[in-house]
Write a protein that binds this ligand. Structure first.
Ligand code: NDP
Length: 296
């Protein structure tokens, strides 16, 4: 069998198009554009690339994009004061503090200071609690993007066995909550899981969010299962070059799975598209403009 390739790039473009199409209506009703402010502390090169990409995508969707760059030596109090000022600024709908932060700053303190209604990354404990209790809030972008891909590919997910490998607050745990919300039977695996291949073999849906290159092998996969690869790992490709691979051994798993996301071009592009979606939702909520969420 050869798996269907889930085209995350195309799905992300469609979502970005749907978001952009709704911006003019919001602007007419609210008298302003939706606004996303991204805060970058320090000069981590990967973070700088992500932040530039987020800014470009925000503008391309017709939204207001601000990037605040602070030096690596910025103190925690200074950053918290900035977040409080952004909370109070009515032209800012979404606040995203790019992680990781330098060692002198406590990430949890920063996340907890962001107004939950502007927390478009969905990392605030209030939003994690809303997700866990089935209330309406912001859901982290990467797992929500994974769910969108799964639903586009499979339709109704109810009753399916899902195994999420990884239990981070950013990917694994919210992914498991989302799948539970779709009435899947969910297992969360992690580094202490016994006989991981046997656990994964039960799954109709596998989500790998580990950070270990090509760890998930073909003989772990139930024939026909849908495999979502969140991992982004840069490995040595010889001759001084590197290449990106996921947490799934793509070539061999694609022979067994029913559907699979590639790396790159799978989950990655969905993350920014969902960020735009969350910002648009935040703008409607903050401005008191109704939004039919079924449209995005
Ligand atoms: P974390 O490092 O926070 O979490 C990794 C998880 O994997 C942990 O729960 C850990 O278990 C588990 N794990 C580690 N080794 C094993 C193992 N041998 N067997 C089973 N489980 C294991 O990573 P993130 O969740 O932040 O990210 C995961 C991957 O996804 C990374 O490659 C990251 O780059 C990528 N990513 C991609 C995004 C995208 O936009 N596509 C966005 C975010 C992340 P334990 O808790 O027991 O330590």
């Amino acid at each position: 069998m050869s798996a269907a390739i889930i085209d995350g790039k195309a799905a992300a473009e469609r979502l970005r198009g749907r978001v952009a199409a709704l911006v003019p209506d919001f602007a007419t009703k609210a008298g302003r554009q939706p606004g996303l402010t991204v805060v970058l502390v320090g000069e981590d090169p990967a973070s700088a690339v992500y932040v530039r990409a987020k800014g470009k995508a925000t503008e391309a969707a017709g939204m207001k994009s601000d990037t605040i760059r602070l030096p690596a030596g910025t103190g925690q109090d200074e950053l918290l004061d900035l977040v409080r000022a952004l909370n109070a600024d009515a032209s800012v709908d979404g606040i995203l503090v790019q992680l990781p932060l330098p060692a002198q700053i406590n990430e949890n303190a920063v996340i907890a200071t962001i107004d939950p209604n502007k927390d478009v990354d969905g990392f605030h404990p209030v939003n994690a609690g809303r997700l866990a209790t089935g209330l309406y809030g912001f859901v982290p972008c990467t797992p929500l993007g994974c769910l969108m891909l799964l639903k586009e590919q499979l339709g109704d997910l109810a009753g399916r066995e899902a195994v999420v490998i990884g239990r981070s607050n950013i990917v694994g745990k919210p992914m498991a909550q989302l799948l539970l919300g779709e009435s899947c039977t969910v297992t969360i695996a992690h580094s202490k899981t016994r006989d991981l291949p046997a656990v994964v073999r039960r799954a109709d849906i596998v989500v790998a969010a580990v950070g270990r290159p090509e760890m998930v092998k073909a003989d772990w996969i139930k024939p026909g299962a849908a495999v979502i690869d969140v991992g982004i790992n840069r490995i040595d490709a010889g001759e001084g070059k590197t290449r990106l691979v996921g947490d799934v051994a793509f070539d061999e798993v694609a022979q067994v799975a029913g559907a699979i996301t590639p790396v790159p071009g799978g989950v990655g592009p969905m993350t920014i598209a969902v960020l735009l979606r969350n910002t648009l939702v935040a703008a409607h909520r903050n401005a008191g403009v109704p939004l039919d969420k079924g449209t995005i």
